[in-house]
Write a protein of this length. Structure first.
Lengths: 242, 98
């Protein structure tokens, strides 16, 4: 067997190893893909627009926020800003994963950053910590199924969502706050989590009553972030490095 | 093009900037100031809380019950378990209190 064919076989088995690791993510994300499609149509998106948003943004929570604000007829630039704000955490993933994939060709890196979601980062980082190389074939095996299923489910949800007659009885209008509460809770192990949540909750409620929607999101978020910035760094579990 | 399409395209560009931006910035600086890092760490909880708190305040008993059950389940179970539990309580409670 030539060296070239050998490395091609390696890439294939790496890809399928990644696909295996993607399965739990695909299963867990499925209801949300369908939910996004249904909510998108409910908030005034067409089926094509729901499909396009999933294909181009590929960020569940930010898409949910985007269509929620769209349904409330918020100014377009604020919707985009909100999507940016919700996705801002990816800046940290991006900073962390960069050193793991720096050996890839630039085009592959550009693709890799496009599919950099929460589970993509977590699983890739775990592989790197185990001392293994994060290869492009493995990374795509992990990310591609998640992407394909997410986009497909969004379109299916958008088509199927129109058939749901009584969205209030089914609770569809309040599923997002429940989902976001789950995301908030999933960060509860972080230092300063409770003070940040309390500050953001209080500030967003006050802003909601006074300034109004959607400014309460930005004002509440800034309040929580500022609290973490102002408190001495040792409260945040962040040590000053030499 | 429709406004919706522009929102989608701009949202996609903004999202891609967050996914590539951290790498572009960090590859230029050796250290991040601890206070900046602390602020960045607080971003998810700070942003997501603002999507729950006002909605919870303006809701009724059915929604409150759903949030409380979902919050309790999230202490033990994963995101999916807490979501399904919250949704189930919401649908059930709305049959009684609307």
């Amino acid at each position: 067997m030539s060296a070239e064919a050998d490395s091609e076989n390696h890439a294939k088995s790496d890809f399928w190893q990644g696909v295996r690791l993607s399965l739990p993510v695909v299963v867990a994300a499925a209801p949300f893909g369908l939910l996004f499609g249904a909510l998108a149509v409910d908030n005034g998106f067409s089926v094509l627009e729901a499909f396009l948003m999933s294909a181009m943004v590929f960020g569940g929570a930010s898409q949910m926020v985007g269509i929620e604000l769209f349904g409330q007829h918020v100014a377009p630039w604020l919707i985009v800003l909100s999507i940016f704000a919700v996705n801002f955490r990816h800046v940290l993933y991006s900073a962390g994963i960069g050193r793991r994939i720096a050996h890839w060709p630039l085009v592959q890196q550009a693709v890799g950053y496009f599919i950099l979601t929460d589970p993509q980062f977590a699983v890739a980082e775990r592989k790197a910590e185990a001392g293994e190389t994060v290869g492009f074939a493995w990374y795509m095996g992990l990310g591609l199924p998640v992407y394909v299923f997410w986009v497909t489910e969004s379109a299916l949800g958008a088509v199927f969502g129109k058939l749901i007659p009584n969205t209030h009885a089914l609770g569809i209008d309040f599923l997002l706050p429940i989902y976001f509460l789950g995301l908030v809770m999933s960060f509860r192990k972080r230092p300063l989590w409770l003070p940040v949540v309390v500050a953001s909750a209080a500030a967003s409620i006050i802003a909601y009553k006074t300034v109004g929607s959607p400014w309460h999101v930005s004002i509440g978020a800034v309040a929580g972030v500022l609290l973490a910035v102002i408190l001495p760094p040792h409260h945040s579990g962040v040590e000053a490095r030499p | 093009m429709s406004t919706t399409l522009w929102i989608i395209i701009a949202g996609a560009i903004a999202t891609y900037l967050t996914r590539i931006g951290g790498h572009l910035v960090i590859s230029r600086f050796e250290n991040i100031h601890p206070r900046v890092e602390a602020g960045l760490n607080a971003v998810p909880a700070a942003v997501l809380t603002t999507l729950v708190a006002p909605a919870a305040l303006g809701a009724g008993p059915a929604e409150w019950a759903a949030l409380i059950v979902a919050g309790l389940v999230s202490l033990r179970g994963g995101l999916m378990a807490m979501f399904l539990a919250g949704a189930a309580v919401l649908v059930l409670a709305r049959q009684f209190v609307g």
